[in-house]
Design a protein around this ligand. Structure first.
Ligand code: ADP
Ligand code: MG
Length: 385
């Protein structure tokens, strides 16, 4: 298969009979640590993947948007009427129409455009192909129209597209990561202030790599379980008299837990409070250049998600255990849970043996073989040409 950017340009030429004015790329992401902390006003630490969605694009007359995606093979077309009210464009086009809608709603004069979209971010694997699509389209439209929308204000807008036009209740992490990440860095995001810091994450320099395993576990009841976790966290915060669980520190944890009579709420609260601290500890180690030492924090995060937050599934636990047994320095599920991907921090030359060990453990359990890739932290959204 040719490069994702070449395919976007070739697709644009074929669909629209002319070369594009430019190409914009936006990556998928994984969250290094900090799970279910976002809606508790806490901390997350994603980094961008070297897997990207590319929009080859040019302006067109009037308020019309014509979009081809390699993935569906279809071309959709919509005008101002369809974007002035959420819901009129459905399916994958909603992510594109949602960006146009959110820009217009914020008062921007969005240029009509033709776009050809290609991607090598797998869909629905928890690597955020949706934010990559939004970010590629958003940065293309901002540049084509010369819109006054600096990078720090773009994630909120892409999030609005997904929340209000597509109708998916996501936090700010995915869009922040796809738009704002930097090469060789993780993005430390405070979900309360929405402030970000770029934290050096030099895996290569430390002789390490990150293995990403797509568990292929079917998302069992993920929506209902997610809603239930949010409710437990809100109940816990209310009982403790704090605006959000972010406001409970690990020093206060024992006292806080003693005030909660429901054992399930206690476990949920303990996960969130300790997970926030693990993000802070990971950031401190990375700032000190002690990359290798974050392994135990990743594994502790997994144990907390498995035992306290109860959001892992057998495929995921099998992948984590097999990776650790094969010598990974740390491993954890990443993403909302009930499926998705596992991260394993490995010596650079151990990525293949660890991946093979996970595949063998899957075979033994009779699970469908997992996919995997080895990654280093990549840049956020950019104009390519
Ligand atoms: P994730 O973000 O974890 O990959 P989501 O369910 O949030 O999963 O988003 C996946 C959806 O995003 C797809 O079902 C599709 O509608 C849309 N999508 C993402 N990338 C593309 C693309 N390149 N072309 C068309 N649609 C895409
Ligand atoms: Mg998504």
């Amino acid at each position: 298969m040719t490069d994702v950017a070449d395919r976007a340009t070739a697709g644009f030429r074929r669909e629209f009979g002319a070369p594009p004015a430019g190409q914009w790329a936006a990556p998928g992401r994984v969250n290094l640590i900090g799970e279910h902390t976002d809606y508790n006003d806490g901390f997350v630490l994603p980094f961008a993947l070297p897997l990207r969605t590319v929009a080859a694009a040019d302006r067109q007359e009037g308020a019309r948007w014509t979009v081809w995606s390699e993935l569906s093979g279809e071309t959709i077309d919509f005008g101002a009427d369809e974007v002035d009210e959420p819901g009129r464009v459905a399916g994958w086009g909603a992510y594109v129409a949602g960006v146009v809608w959110a820009l217009r709603e914020a008062g921007h004069d969005v240029p009509g455009a033709r776009l050809a979209i290609t991607s090598d971010v797998p869909l629905g694997a928890g690597l955020s192909s949706s934010a990559a699509l939004e970010a590629a389209v958003l940065t293309a439209l901002v540049d084509l129209g010369g819109l006054d929308l600096p990078a720090e204000r773009q994630p909120r807008l892409a999030q609005r597209a997904e929340n209000h036009y597509v109708g998916a209740p996501t936090g700010i992490m995915d869009q922040s990561a796809s738009i704002r990440c930097r090469d060789g860095h993780a993005l430390f995001l405070d979900c309360r202030s929405e402030g970000v810091e770029h934290i050096p994450f030099d895996l290569r320099g430390a002789g390490l790599a990150m293995l990403v395993v797509d568990s292929h576990a079917p998302h069992r009841h993920a929506d209902g379980e997610y809603a239930a976790r949010r409710k437990s966290c809100e109940a816990g915060a209310e009982r403790l008299g704090v605006p959000a669980l972010r406001d409970v520190t690990v020093d206060q944890l024992d006292t806080a837990l003693a005030r909660l009579d429901d054992p399930e709420t206690r476990r949920r609260v303990r996960h969130v409070v300790t997970e926030d601290q693990r993000v802070l500890d990971t950031v401190a180690l990375l700032r000190a250049g002690r990359v290798r030492e974050i392994g135990p924090l990743l594994t502790a995060s997994h144990v907390s998600m498995r035992d306290d937050f109860e959001i892992t599934v057998p495929e995921i636990d099998t992948a984590v255990e097999a990776a650790l047994a094969a010598g990974a320095l740390g491993a954890r599920m990443t993403g909302g849970g009930f499926g998705g991907c596992v991260l394993a921090l490995v010596e650079a030359d151990a990525a293949d043996p660890v991946a093979d060990a996970v595949t063998a453990a899957y075979a033994e359990q009779g699970f469908r073989a997992p996919d995997h890739l080895t990654v280093l932290p990549a840049p956020g959204a950019v104009r390519l040409t």
